[in-house]
Design a protein around this ligand. Sequence first.
Ligand code: GUN
Ligand code: ZN
Length: 437
Amino acid sequence: MTTSPPTRLALRGDLLDFTARPGWAQLEDPAVRFRPDHWLLIEADGRIAGVQAEEPDASWTKRDHSGQLILPGFIDTHVHCPQLDVIASYGAELLDWLNTYTFPAETRYADPAVAKFGAERFLDALLAQGTTSAVVFPTVHKVSAETLFEAAAARGMRLITGKVLMDRHAPDALRDDVLHAERDCIDLIQRFHGRDRLAYAVTVRFAPTSTPEQLAMAGALCRADASLYMQTHVAENRSEVDWVAQLFPQARSYLDVYAREGLLHPKAVLAHGIWLDDEDRRVLAASGAQVAHCPSSNLFLGSGLFDWVAAREAGYAVSAASDVGGGTSLSMQRTLADAYKVQALGGRRLTAWAALHAATLGAAEGLGLQQEIGSLAAGTLADVCIWDWAHGPVAQARDAVVRGLHERVFAWLTLSDDRNLVASYVAGQPCYQRQHP
Ligand code: GUN
Ligand code: ZN
């Protein structure tokens, strides 16, 4: 019996990615790599072999997407799997929102069947939005992390997650304790960290829901293995910041609660970072940690306006994140369009380049994963998405009159969403295909 050789895939379209971080407010930028009507070559092992203008030979299986946009898959650096159930919940700021909507929804994830269904639905929803990698909060329940890891492995996705740590200021059904939590983390790290495309993140929900002893345990885990990620929330909302100051009077600031425990390091992802001062920014930059900017969530929960320029001046990385269910869409275009509006409210303008970079190569670099994801560079895994430049009469009319590449991509970012997504590939394998024309 003969076996057919594994398929080598060639995708034709308008290829867009970045080779470096674009400047701030720079519309013409050498970091932007646009190769219209080129072929993206994907080897049978799922890695990008290269890009060429000429049609490849017959050894390649060809898909002609000429006239469509091909981007690296988006990376969402902060999103909550169980919160699809509370997305778009009315009328509350952060602390009320957590107690009223979020904690009750997360309680249900103690049930393995709910956790499994929720993990699969969530990852398929990400793929259907063009997001191929994510840094994810599950719940406090060990099974919620297990099911996410298993579901991501089944889809071949790059996923970073870890059981949420919270041993106080939460309902009984959502509290762990230091000893059991440590045991669960160690077991999950041994089983999943570094397996397939999975990595473990020590996941401190936020300072108020962990005792000092639990924060110390989380810090010890990070110190014991520098390859572990750490994810948490910081300085999102003013009432939250005041509460942290009461709970940790010895800390100089909210960020300092984490710094003292060794939780700030190059693999740390801190969501929000709105209410920081200059010293916090200096500490963040020195630590190598990145901030996941969550504009949709910040607007929806009324948390505040993120100062992206201050972050750039201080020198720490900023990536883009949906923060669903505080955020109201898994779409990274919607997220980035909101990021533009947040900067506009501060009198600044976010280019399409700075925005897109923060959801692709910039996010990958912040995670230390630029050799694997975030661009269309040869050797990286082919996590790629194909998009219509315009969907529907309004976007099509706008696209017909654009002058120049930035204008076209900016209009695309502002007007597009999951209706534009034609197909998603993870490591060269199709994982989403649009059904409607
Ligand atoms: N702070 C602590 N938990 C959460 C959460 O689930 N969402 C947001 N936006 N902020 C938080
Ligand atoms: Zn969050």
